[in-house]
Design a protein around this ligand. Structure first.
Ligand code: HEM
Length: 266
């Protein structure tokens, strides 16, 4: 796949970049946790901390950081789900995020492993003016981590069959439509997820280097919500997985779902 230095490719223009840094401690003792927390403190320098973002900030600052702490009850020994700590960093300039990853790795040394998931913001692909009015105009703004304390990260891949579909045909999966085979009404992705519009803050990140890359995800999806709205998230997620409401999910392979809490610092 042809890529330029800043990660652009023929599939979509990367407008800005993001990196999720998953940190797994190798021994669960106080000294190790202190080392990771201190490393996080160093990372925060020079970044705008998104913990207290109130949705009114305009324009968006160029470089932001959000610290997350995993729910110990969901922790497992499996890949990303073993990470107690996550730092979500965003910047216009991709190499800046690479520097941060290397700095974090250097600071935690042999006490923890750091796994990165990279993403890029792109112009929405399936969003008409009407879809914008439906899914974005009244979307809940990002608010402080004190209120919207829950964070959910789900990396996603689409199957080879999805990428073989006619690109115009892919649009229909996001809209209400009639099934060609059964003639029934299908809500599609956006309508199935409607309850999430006013309740779940969401961000979609594309793989900055393109899709269908070996051992990589095509997208990283990221969500925030209040405790009260966590059941809404679960309901929306279940609706998206229900292929009678959202046939798009036939082509989706979900990665591990990491959940945690937004914090001012680790
Ligand atoms: C909370 C309510 C949600 C709404 C209103 C919503 C709406 C949308 C819309 C309008 C798009 C098209 C973006 C474009 O034009 O490029 C989209 C894409 C996408 N959404 Fe959602 N979504 C929601 C929740 C979710 C959830 C919970 C997941 C994952 C578990 C998810 C995964 C995705 C993915 C992976 C794409 C990109 C698909 C592609 O480009 O092939 N969404 N969503």
């Amino acid at each position: 796949m042809a890529t330029s230095g800043n990660g652009n490719n023929h599939l979509g223009v990367n407008l800005s970049f993001t990196k999720f840094l998953f940190v797994t401690v190798l021994s669960d003792d106080g000294a190790t946790h202190t080392r990771v927390k201190d490393a996080g403190g160093m990372l925060a320098r020079g970044f705008f901390n998104d913990f207290d973002s109130d949705g009114t900030r305009e324009p968006q600052p160029l470089e932001t950081i959000q610290f997350l702490i995993g729910d110990p009850e969901r922790e497992s020994t499996e890949g990303l789900l073993s990470a107690r700590y996550v730092a979500h960093v965003s910047a216009k300039y991709r190499p800046r995020l690479q520097e941060i990853e290397e700095e974090l790795k250097r600071r935690v040394g042999q006490h923890a492993t750091v796994t990165a998931l990279d993403g890029a913001v792109q112009v929405p692909r399936y969003t008409s003016a009407e879809m914008h009015a439906f899914a974005y105009k009244h979307a809940v703004s990002r608010t402080s981590g004190r209120a919207m304390r829950n964070a959910i990260i789900i990396p996603i891949r689409k199957t080879p069959e999805w990428w073989k579909l006619d690109p115009l045909e892919r649009h229909s999966f996001f809209y209400p439509h009639t099934s060609k085979t059964t003639g029934t009404s299908i809500p599609g992705h956006a309508r199935a997820a409607e309850a999430g519009v006013p309740t779940i803050f969401r961000r979609l990140y594309h793989n900055p280097d393109g899709y269908e890359r070996e051992d990589e995800y095509d997208f990283v999806t990221y969500f925030e919500c209040t405790d009260e709205n966590l059941p809404v998230f679960d309901q929306v997620h279940a609706a998206l997985r229900d292929q009678s409401q959202n046939p798009e999910w036939r082509y989706v392979a979900e990665g591990p779902e990491w959940r945690g809490t937004r914090v001012l610092r680790w």
